[in-house]
Design a protein around this ligand. Structure first.
Ligand SMILES: O=P(O)(O)OC[C@H]1O[C@H](O[C@H]2O[C@H](CO)[C@@H](O)[C@H](O)[C@H]2O)[C@H](O)[C@@H](O)[C@@H]1O
Ligand SMILES: [Mg+2]
Length: 265
């Protein structure tokens, strides 16, 4: 398997050099690193709808073996709801942040969930009703967040934008808009993926380690900025882009799973 090698943090004298790779770095000194990975588009290929994703049967156990090698310093950081994302990797339960950072389960098992107000429940029901006739548009109810997907109806993006902006005004200041791949979401404003990474790093299992964050989308930029600031490595799945603050890249989810499998064995 091949993957792009980039100068990951050239300005830092102790940084991993451009000739190194995530594989080499993690293999050489697993006790020094903490790994934060996004799910959709990063560990898994994107699918037409949220429920159509496929988790390769070997992935959960490979993640568990890698987590063991990192002494537990591996977390999933996703826009999915925590419970939904968690069951994808059953029977394992990794430290996980859901709803783009608003929900979190720490290594000690303690769970922090975002509050769903009655007003937000009404708003979600209204969004479902308002888009009922929009063929291909899918409203994903994630509890304290809601996503309007238009992957199967790309022409609807321009109509969904004002609809979601209007819904955000109804939701109030505790929520914010999150754009993503063929999706517009309203998520809790309380935390982003960067905040989630920092919260994990404060936990004894992760503390003192340098962070590697791997993601593919706009929401992952928050954790890229955080790990860059903290002297870690930011890796984008897909080509490097001037629009992204990621400093390294891996070509595909399949390539990442290959790296995980190698590290797990
Ligand atoms: O942060 P992530 O783990 O990458 O989650 C981001 C969103 O992923 C899901 O939507 C995306 O993947 C779907 C399945 O591949 C795809 O159909 C959709 O177009 C993508 O936007 C998920 O449904 C969202 O809730 C996540 O926020
Ligand atoms: Mg993603």
């Amino acid at each position: 398997m091949s993957y792009q090698k980039q100068s990951l943090s050239a300005s830092k004298p102790d940084a991993v050099s451009g000739e190194d790779s995530i594989l080499a770095v993690l293999s050489a000194e697993p006790e020094k690193w903490a790994l934060f990975m996004d799910i959709d588009g990063t560990l898994l290929e994107l699918a037409d709808t949220p429920d159509d994703i496929v988790v390769p049967p070997s992935l959960p156990a490979n993640l568990d073996a890698l987590a063991t090698r990192l002494a537990g310093a591996l977390a999933l950081v996703t826009g999915r709801g925590l419970d939904y994302a968690d069951q994808l990797f059953s029977p394992f339960h990794f430290p996980i942040a859901g709803l783009h950072g608003a929900e979190r389960r720490d290594p000690d098992g303690s769970v922090r969930k975002a509050e769903v107000t009655a007003q937000f429940e009404t708003l979600k029901a209204d969004l479902i009703a308002e888009t009922a006739g929009w063929a291909g548009v899918l409203i994903e109810d994630k509890g304290a967040a809601v996503a309007a997907h238009y992957r199967l109806a790309p022409d609807r993006e321009l109509e969904l934008e004002p609809l979601m902006e209007q819904a955000l005004r109804r939701a109030g200041p505790n929520w914010t808009i999150q754009h993503g791949k063929m999706v517009i979401e309203i998520r809790p404003a309380s935390a982003d993926k960067g905040n989630a990474v920092e919260a994990f790093l404060a936990h004894p299992v992760f503390a003192g380690r340098r962070a590697i964050a791997i993601g593919d989308d706009v929401t992952d930029e928050a954790m890229f900025r955080t790990v860059n600031r903290l002297g870690g490595h930011s890796i984008r799945v897909g080509p490097l882009s001037p629009a992204s603050e990621a400093r390294g890249s891996i070509p595909s989810a399949e390539a990442l799973r290959g790296i995980i499998e190698t590290l797990a064995s």
